[in-house]
Design a protein around this ligand. Structure first.
Ligand code: ADP
Ligand code: MG
Length: 616
């Protein structure tokens, strides 16, 4: 071996940063380097298994598809060897010297946000290959590609700023990684401690793992076994392995089908929703297999996007092994497969909701967002999903939730619509002006608190042939209700005069002013002139999409309210103050509707009104 061929390279800046964190800051769970290196070996073997289907000339073709680990407690080394696809020189440099691959990139991004949660992050993402540097002060990677004309190389580094690459002879196909352990990490050179770690993290790796010549894992395609033979712990272990997770699964669905497609599927719902924890959008993670051979670990087209919270495995014998993502025929096959699985999963959730409502509501609390996203964005499963939604309602106490079906069962005889109001929270809806008209008529109203709810309702449009109607919609007509008598209630002519005066005073911000048949306790309310609710309008404005939308609103007044009665009198007696009050009442109603764009005028005006009131 001549040393003239040694090439020295600098690590990319991000890798230096990552290595620095891995070596200096992450003290817990160092043992996961075993899992990471085995999973890389397994990936490389999986890729080779695939190549064997399409390629004829594979270097060292007879090598076994297995991972061999050897420990040496005199030399203080641990070695991982696989006969997978291996790496060419360019691949060694690209894969181990730059941050082109996803795991570590995500890790770094999460670190930026993570703060003191950093210690846990390594478990959630793994830092892949670089975790070797937690325990080793020297790492040598011998590798030779499956491509016959490529020589072997050794990549070596001490984890500082640089690494070296050199050509080697007599290298077998695949990769051999030799770690020289740090002084205080020598325990990883002992057979028994490594065996335990492999059992804990890598039991389900689909290739034999040999430790010092002895096979340690069971190579078990759990999803192909019969349900009755599988213990809960086995399922949980499998979930942790498959989803790279640390929690217990919340739900598990294991099923098989023969028609229209042959399917064996094992799906899990995690305990926690990682998107809610602030780690950003998650990738789909239900892996696609054909007869135990992995086809795609993150198939984007298998399941609808909103199902990205599900983990697990789908295995179908009907898929061609060399399936490509490009050809139309293969795509529709995958989509059909996805449809069958999605329907089955939705049926499962519906059964759970009925059988164990408390657990379901807990699930809905954490993962309901995804179901809502499904209704809002993808019409395919709208009907099934709408049955799985739960909302608070005026007919039930705070914290209790109801389905649309239960709402319908409580509807009044002549009632044809389902009413809902969107607001910040229950208190703001109950104290706002929109609820009172429904309350006076004994009509139930659903309370919706999440921004996505607006899209859910406008895409769902109806449920069980009943139209869904937003309570702050202007063109909503409710049946007459007896109104309480009030002293001084404005007569028809007086009201008409007041409305005209208000329209003139408020100006172009208001499209129409009229007497309300819905207000009971509040003096006035602002309504959207069209079907779009004010919350929706408000949201679109925040997203900078309001161009072209009419900003004029309907302003409805309550002729029985003392404020309107007094205002009608003031407009002749004290025109200046009356004008201020009219504008203020209008702005107040805009605040209640969430539509006030600029509160600056309102505050100045309020002071003026206060000084006039204080002067008396
Ligand atoms: P990830 O596995 O998330 O891609 P890693 O840091 O674990 O990230 O590995 C980086 C890359 O190095 C892999 O994507 C792969 O291309 C390459 N690699 C690592 N180990 C091996 C191996 N044993 N055989 C072949 N390629 C490997
Ligand atoms: Mg990896």
């Amino acid at each position: 071996m001549s040393t003239q061929n040694v090439e020295k390279h600098e690590f990319q800046a991000e890798i230096k940063q990552l290595l620095d964190i891995v070596i200096h800051s992450l003290y817990t769970e160092k043992e996961i380097f075993v899992r990471e290196l085995i999973s890389n070996a397994s990936d490389a073997l999986e890729k080779l298994r695939h190549l064997k289907i399409t390629e004829k000339n594979i270097f060292d073709d007879s090598a076994e598809l297995e991972v061999s680990i050897t420990t040496d407690d005199t030399a203080n080394t641990i070695t991982f060897q696989d006969f997978g696809i291996g790496m060419t020189k360019e691949e060694l440099v690209g894969n181990l010297g730059t941050i082109a691959h996803s795991g570590s990139k995500q890790f770094l991004e999460a670190l930026k946000e993570g703060g003191d949660k950093n210690a846990n992050l390594i478990g959630q993402f793994g830092v892949g290959f670089y975790s070797a540097f937690m325990v080793a002060d020297q790492v040598k990677v011998y590798s030779r590609s499956w491509k016959e004309d490529q020589p072997g190389h050794v990549w070596s580094s001490e984890g500082a700023g640089s690494y070296e690459v050199e050509e080697v002879t007599d290298q077998r196909r695949g990769t051999k990684i030799v770690l020289t352990l740090k002084e205080d990490q020598k325990s990883y050179a002992s057979d028994s401690s490594i065996k335990e770690i492999i059992k804990r993290y890598s039991s389900f790796v689909p290739f034999p793992i040999n430790l010092n010549g002895e096979k340690v894992n069971t190579i078990d395609a759990l999803w192909l076994r019969s349900k009755s033979e599988i213990k809960d712990e086995e399922y949980t272990e499998f979930y942790k392995f498959q989803a790279n997770a640390w929690d217990e699964p919340r739900y598990r669905l294991h099923f098989s089908a023969d028609a229209p497609l042959s399917i064996n599927a094992l799906l899990f719902v995690p305990n926690e929703n990682p998107e809610r924890a602030g780690f950003g959008r998650i990738d789909p993670a239900v892996a696609l297999y054909c007869r135990k051979v992995l086809i795609d670990s993150k198939p984007a087209e298998l399941l609808p996007e909103w199902m990205r919270f599900a983990k697990g495995v789908v295995d179908s014998e009907d898929l061609p092994l060399n399936i490509s993502r490009e050809t139309m025929q293969d795509r529709s096959l995958i989509q059909n497969l996805g449809r069958v699985i999605t329907k089955r999963f939705l049926k499962f959730l519906a059964t759970e909701a009925k059988k164990r409502p408390e657990q379901y509501l807990e699930f809905f609390d954490k993962f309901g967002f995804f179901l809502k996203e499904g209704v809002a964005i993808d019409p395919t499963y709208k009907d099934e999903l709408s049955k799985l939604l739960y909302f608070e309602s005026s007919a039930q106490e705070k914290g209790k939730k109801t389905t649309l079906a239960d709402y319908v069962s409580r509807m009044q005889d002549e009632q044809k619509e389902i009413y809902y109001i969107i607001g910040q929270n229950r208190e703001s809806i109950e104290s706002g002006p929109y609820l009172e008209g429904f309350k006076a008529r004994g009509l139930e109203v659903l309370f919706l608190y999440e921004p996505v709810d607006e899209y859910v309702m406008s895409n769902l449009r109806e449920y069980d042939e009943k139209t869904l109607v937003s309570g702050d919609q202007g063109d909503l007509k409710l049946d007459d209700a007896p109104q309480p008598e009030a002293e001084g209630t404005l007569g028809d002519d007086e009201s008409k005069g007041l409305c005209e005066w208000l329209k003139e005073t408020i100006g172009e911000k208001v499209k129409e002013v009229k007497v309300s048949d819905r207000l009971v306790d509040s003096p006035a309310m602002a309504l959207s002139p069209d079907a779009m609710s004010s919350q929706m309008r408000n949201m679109m404005r925040q997203m900078g999409q309001d161009s072209g939308l009419p900003t004029e609103v309907l302003f409805e007044i309550n002729p029985r309210h003392q404020l309107m009665i007094n205002l009608n009198q003031q407009r002749t007696e004290n025109a200046e103050l009356a004008k201020l009050i009219a504008l203020q009442a209008f702005d107040n109603s805009m605040v209640a509707a969430g539509l006030l764009e600029d509160p600056k005028d309102m505050v100045t005006r309020m002071y003026e009104i206060l000084s006039q009131a204080a002067a008396k």
